[in-house]
Each structure stands twice: as structure tokens, then as C-alpha cells.
Design a protein around this ligand. Structure first.
Ligand SMILES: Cc1cc2nc3c(=O)[nH]c(=O)nc-3n(C[C@H](O)[C@H](O)[C@H](O)COP(=O)(O)OP(=O)(O)OC[C@H]3O[C@@H](n4cnc5c(N)ncnc54)[C@H](O)[C@@H]3O)c2cc1C
Length: 395
């Protein structure tokens, strides 16, 4: 057998979840190795998305030393405008102690910042174009074999290998799966009018269109969800045709548009794993839960997972204590948050997709009523930004 490499944690998947997990666990002294099946430059090129990060996630990112670089290029969300069927509802930062609701970060920029921090960290090793072929766990640890034939021994194996997680399958963990008949087109536009740090969520009969403010006051990214045959047809047409259609759907909220980053298509699937922990295997990120992007909350769940995972593991790893009880509590608590968010985003999508006359009128009246009732808006804002007591507890 090859020499065995000893670390504390094996992480499979070097996406946003795996990279942040390595930095989070290394921050409490754990030695980590990240296996990523692709070349890092290919990961950068493949993802044209941005991520809306809740303000509640900022303390973790600050502690990890990556926030200043992220914040310097991020767009701020200080207003959210929801528009549907002629109704309109505005949330502004007065509901959030004049603090931004969240930040818009370019995924490629974010990935680069995390990778630089990993490369500079003495406790983290990044192994690319490599996965694992199998593992066995016992009372004292877990042994895994990588695709290059090397053997690794650790306390934990973290599956951060995305929605179609191979590790989840190898561990025999079931996942509830719903494939949405819609897909999202993402890209970036420049616009004639400034965005005034406003995120627009426009509900159309075929699906939601979000316009999210970037740092440049005249640039926003879009996430436009429609039935998959529509999105595919739009991609096959010219950029000019696409822009014309987008402009028509925006209802003039940002004035004339120019395409800066061409649209890219993303399929949408809801995944909820039946448990996040099996022996010494822990699921994280989309491997554990993937939800509809309608409210930009999917990765925010992962950021909350990381806070909870670190809290669960820190004392055990330091004292060499058994991990079982701490991990099963982590799994139970985090599954609640993910299930609630998956259901809420699913319902929101269903509610706004219903094109009947009665639902449309109800949405219009509902949005107008909500707009006049700050008392109803505040709890919604606190949970969505990740600063409610439940969210802070790691639920
Ligand atoms: C259109 C869209 C918009 C979104 N917008 C937001 C938003 O605004 N806010 C928000 O919070 N969330 C958002 N999300 C959700 C967010 O993008 C995802 O939750 C997040 O990217 C998942 O990251 P991950 O690292 O878990 O998975 P992935 O990004 O899928 O990464 C998994 C990694 O594992 C690697 N891998 C796979 N298999 C193996 C293997 N066998 N061996 C080694 N490596 C492997 C892959 O190459 C990949 O790098 C959005 C999602 C979509 C689709």
C-alpha cells in the first residue's frame, strides 16, 4: 500500500462550500485537504453567476480574513423592490437599522479570493483534478483512497461535491429530489439609470426575474427564470434579441440596457438529503441541500451550516473527543433550516407562477397591503438577512 497521509479532515469538492469549509475548519486548527476534480481555472470560467450574501454571514467571512477583499468589489443591497401584477412592495434599509440587507459578489472573484487564502494557509492542501474512489470508517477514523491511488486517514470526510454528490451516494444517504421544469439565465447588464443599491424582484407569469445591483451604479446582474424550453430558445437567438426581450420584461425600471456578460443557463433542482451525517461523513452545501434561487438563499444556508459545524466540532477536535453526538445534533438542527427555506422558496415560486385572474388580484392586493405594514416586513427581513435569533443559533 502507498504511504498513508494523515490529516484531520478530507473535503471532497472545491466549490464555494468546500473552499470555505477548509478555511473555517483550519481557523480552529484542523488540518484539511481539499480534493477538486476540475482544474481551478476551469471552475472560474464555468460560473458567470453572482451570489447575494446576507449581512448575517459577514462575521464569519471577516473572521476568516476574506471579507475585506470581497467587500471592496461587492454591490450593496439597501432596497428591495418586489413587483407583480401591478402591485409593488418596497423594503428599505430603515427596516434593518440602516445596514445593507446583503451584498452581491461575483462568484469568480469570490472563488479567487478563497483560493488565494487557501494557498496561503499552512493547514490546507488543495489537490486538483482528483477525487476519491471509496472510503471505510471505523471507531478511530476514516480511510479514503484518491483517484491517484493515494491513501488518506482523517477524523472526518466532508462531502462538498455539489447537487449530484458522489460521496453522498457512496455513503448510501438518500436525497429527496425535485427537478424544476424551469431554468435560470444569468448574466450582467449595464443600464441607463442608476440602481440606487436596489434589488428588483419582478414576478412574471413565466417566472421571476431578479436584477441585483453591482458595485458600479449602472450595472446589475440578472437571474431570469423561465420554463426550460423558453430559456434554451433565448440562448439560441442573438444577443440583440435577448436584450430586447429582457428590456421588455424589466418594465423600464433601470432604463435602456446593454449586455455586458452574456447569459448562461443553470438548471434548477431542489435536493434535501435525508441526513447530513453518516458515521464520519458530513454533507455540506448543495450536496446536503439545493433550493430554488428565487430568494438568493441557497448558499446562505451553507454559510450558516459552517458556523454550526465549527461550533459542533471545535471542542471535540481539540480534545480528541468522540464526534458522533455533536455531529448528529448538527445534522438535526441544520436540516430544519434547510427544509424551511426549501419549502418557503418552493411556495413562493408556485404562488407567483399561478397565472389565474384571482391569484393575480390577490398578489396585487397582498403586496400593496404588505407595503403599508412595516410591522409585517421586519420579521421577514430579520430572517432573510440571517440576523434573527433562530438564524444566529445556527438553525
Ligand atoms: C442560478 C443560481 C443563482 C443562485 N444565486 C444564489 C444567491 O444569490 N445567493 C445564494 O445564497 N445562493 C445562490 N445560489 C445557490 C449557490 O450558487 C449554490 O448553493 C452554491 O454554488 C453551491 O456550492 P457548492 O460548493 O455546494 O456546490 P458546487 O458549486 O456544485 O461545487 C461542487 C464542487 O465539487 C466538485 N466535485 C464534484 N464531484 C467531485 C468529485 N467526485 N471529486 C472531487 N470534486 C468533485 C465540482 O467540480 C465542484 O467544484 C444560486 C444557484 C443558482 C443555480
Amino acid at each position: 500500500m502507498n504511504n498513508r497521509h494523515m490529516v484531520d479532515t478530507l473535503i471532497v469538492g472545491g466549490g464555494l462550500a468546500g473552499a470555505l469549509c477548509a478555511l473555517t475548519l483550519a481557523s480552529v486548527g484542523a488540518r484539511c485537504v481539499v480534493f477538486e476534480k476540475s482544474r481551478f481555472d476551469d471552475l472560474l470560467a464555468r460560473d458567470r453567476r453572482t451570489t447575494a450574501i446576507n449581512s448575517g454571514a459577514v462575521p464569519l467571512l471577516k473572521e476568516l480574513g476574506v471579507w475585506d477583499s470581497m467587500a471592496s468589489g461587492a454591490g450593496l443591497i439597501r432596497r428591495i423592490e418586489i413587483i407583480s401584477d401591478g402591485g409593488r412592495c418596497t423594503f428599505d434599509d430603515a427596516l434593518h437599522d440602516l445596514q445593507p440587507f446583503g451584498y452581491i459578489v461575483d462568484n469568480a472573484v469570490w472563488r479567487r479570493i478563497l483560493k488565494d487564502a487557501i494557498d496561503a494557509h499552512p493547514l490546507i492542501q488543495w489537490v486538483e483534478e482528483t477525487g476519491i474512489t471509496g472510503f471505510t470508517s471505523d471507531a478511530t477514523g476514516i480511510t479514503a483512497m484518491d483517484t491517484a491511488g493515494q491513501s488518506w486517514r482523517a477524523q472526518l470526510l466532508i462531502a462538498a461535491d455539489g447537487r449530484e454528490s458522489g460521496v453522498r451516494a457512496l455513503a448510501g444517504i438518500d436525497a429527496h429530489r425535485h427537478v424544476y421544469p424551469e431554468s435560470a439565465l444569468v448574466g450582467t447588464v449595464r443600464h441607463a439609470q442608476p440602481h440606487h443599491e436596489t434589488a428588483f424582484e419582478i414576478f412574471l407569469p413565466t417566472g421571476p426575474l431578479a436584477l441585483l445591483p453591482l458595485k458600479d451604479a449602472h450595472a446589475s446582474c440578472f437571474v431570469w427564470t423561465e420554463p426550460t424550453d423558453h430559456t434554451k430558445a433565448r440562448l439560441e437567438g442573438s444577443d440583440a434579441l435577448f436584450l430586447k426581450a429582457l428590456l421588455a420584461q424589466c418594465g423600464g425600471v433601470l432604463g435602456d440596457l446593454e449586455l455586458v456578460v452574456a447569459p448562461q443557463i443553470w438548471g434548477l433542482t431542489r435536493i434535501l438529503a435525508s441526513t447530513y451525517v453518516q458515521d464520519r461523513v458530513v454533507l455540506l452545501g448543495d450536496a446536503a441541500h439545493a433550493i430554488h434561487p428565487i430568494a438568493g438563499q441557497g448558499f446562505n444556508l451553507t454559510l450558516r451550516d459552517l458556523v454550526a459545524l465549527r461550533r459542533a466540532l471545535q471542542p471535540q477536535l481539540h480534545a480528541g473527543l468522540p464526534l458522533k453526538d455533536a455531529l448528529s445534533l448538527y445534522s438535526r438542527l441544520r436540516q430544519v433550516d434547510a427544509a424551511v427555506m426549501a419549502e418557503a422558496t418552493h411556495l413562493l415560486n408556485t404562488l407567483f407562477l399561478n397565472s389565474g385572474i384571482l391569484p393575480a388580484a390577490m398578489r396585487r392586493v397582498g403586496l400593496r397591503m404588505l407595503n403599508r405594514l412595516p410591522i409585517l416586513k421586519k420579521p421577514f427581513v430579520r430572517h432573510a438577512t440571517g440576523v434573527s435569533r433562530l438564524a444566529r443559533l445556527g438553525f
